[in-house]
Design a protein around this ligand. Structure first.
Ligand code: TYD
Length: 139
């Protein structure tokens, strides 16, 4: 989607069921996130200083969660930018299609859990920022 904005990318508080032996957070498609979850992946063993992402998607919705540790997500829709810090397993960031994102400043041992609305399709990626700029301009 070309006309989305970073203000469509919201931090979503998730539930947390707490007891003495630990916590559990449940995410259900169409309940906590506005899509059906078709794919789950996670980033781990991320070296210090690494930058992940560096792309946008045409159709994919994602909920990004810091399952462990913390990291920052830079969002850019060509009109505005914002940085969101994720550092709690009971909070997710909804990233809508048409947003350039970079994941930066991972803490040691952090785990980035991603729930996605589609299976992996390379054609859904825009990996070149100049192409992203043209895409947002309607080309
Ligand atoms: P990529 O999405 O570029 O990673 P990130 O945005 O986190 O930096 O994916 C890295 C590699 O993994 C790339 O070769 C594509 C592959 N990949 C899959 O095969 N399936 C998937 O679901 C994902 C997310 C990546």
């Amino acid at each position: 989607m070309k006309d989305t904005s970073i203000y469509d990318c919201n931090v979503i508080p998730l539930n947390k069921i707490h007891n003495r032996s630990g916590n559990i957070t449940i995410v259900e498609g169409q309940t906590n996130v506005p899509f059906d979850v078709k794919r789950v992946y996670y980033l781990y063993d991320i070296p210090s200083g690494a930058v992940r992402g560096g792309h946008a998607h045409k159709k994919l919705y994602q909920l990004i969660i810091a399952a462990s540790g913390s990291f920052n997500i830079l969002l850019d829709d060509r009109n505005n930018k914002k940085i969101v810090t994720l550092n709690k397993p009971d909070v997710g960031l909804l990233v809508v299609p048409g947003i350039w994102r970079e994941l930066i400043e991972f803490s040691s041992g952090s785990i980035c859990l991603v729930l996605a609305s589609e299976i992996y399709i390379e054609e859904d990626y825009i990996r070149d920022f100049n192409i992203f700029k043209s895409y947002k301009n309607g080309y």
